[in-house]
Design a protein around this ligand. Structure first.
Ligand code: NAP
Length: 245
């Protein structure tokens, strides 16, 4: 129960890694706000199935500043505190650069990078007053290694890692920590979109010989949100089966 008494907001909590993170945080004693954009029913289902009391599902589209503000207002009104933020919401729009539509490049940056900026700004505003807090950004091994067909996604995630370090420096004096977890290839709807051949090609390159599970990521996030990591800030924790060292 290392997160007992903590209130934590997870963006993109309606499925995949975000839903897995919400479950693990609740199991570790946190009260969780499961944020969603397009999938209210799934978010409510995730929320209903969380162990413990007081969890909420909240509408929060990270590409829309008004929706981010409204979502945060609801969370703070209900919880009256915010100990942790997980910037997990993310999308892919894969294409080789010559065929990539400009709007697909922009959409990925808007969601994965600007979305984390908008949410962090509101979280920091609250955490500065509390002189405590932990923000965890969900990056990707692709931001570290690159990947053909993902210039937009790799740029968004590499940017998110730089953002993590800069913000960590800005808020460290107030005991607010900012870290990132960089997953390798994890079994979710995002990677189910890859065909069997692509999935096999990935697995064959992973030293630990398998794709990751959402729990692998969720446990790393739980650690960074907990008081077990109070001397850790500005770090990127790779959870990738050894794919990138
Ligand atoms: P996923 O299954 O496709 O889920 C994406 C989540 O993001 C959904 O809950 C979705 O919520 C939310 N989302 C999308 N656009 C949003 C927006 N504008 N505002 C708020 N929420 C939005 O993806 P995943 O695989 O779980 O990935 C989660 C995170 O891990 C992403 O940041 C991704 O880049 C990162 N990651 C994943 C892998 C992997 O192998 N799966 C590897 C490395 C990093 P709604 O449906 O409600 O819109």
């Amino acid at each position: 129960m290392r997160l007992k008494g903590k209130s934590i907001l997870v963006t993109g909590g309606s499925r995949g890694i975000g839903a897995g993170i919400a479950k693990t945080l609740a199991e570790q004693g946190a009260r969780v706000a499961v944020a969603y954009a397009a999938s209210p029913e799934s978010a409510m289902k995730v929320c209903e199935n969380l162990p413990g009391q007081g969890h909420i599902a909240v509408a929060l589209n990270v590409t829309d500043a008004v929706s981010v503000q409204t979502g945060f207002d609801e969370v703070l009104k209900t919880f009256d505190r915010l100990d942790g933020l997980v910037n997990n919401a993310g999308i892919t729009r894969d294409q080789l650069i010559l065929r990539m539509k400009d709007e697909d490049f922009d959409a990925v940056i808007q969601t994965n990078l600007r979305g984390a900026y908008l949410c962090s700004k509101l979280a920091v505003k609250h955490m500065l007053k509390a002189r405590a807090g932990s923000i965890v950004n969900i990056s990707s091994v692709v931001g570290q290694m690159g990947n053909a067909g993902q210039t937009n996604y790799a740029a968004s995630k590499a940017g998110l890692e730089g953002f993590t370090r800069a913000l960590a420096l800005e808020v460290a004096s107030r005991s607010i920590r900012v870290n990132a977890v960089a997953p390798g290839f994890i079994v979710t709807e995002m990677t189910n979109a890859l065909n069997a051949q692509q999935q096999e090609a990935i697995t064959s390159r992973v030293p630990l010989g398998r794709m990751g599970a959402v729990e692998d990521i969720a446990h790393a996030v739980g650690y960074l949100l907990s008081d077990e990591s109070t001397y850790v800030t500005g770090q990127v924790l790779g959870v990738n089966g050894g794919l990138y060292m």
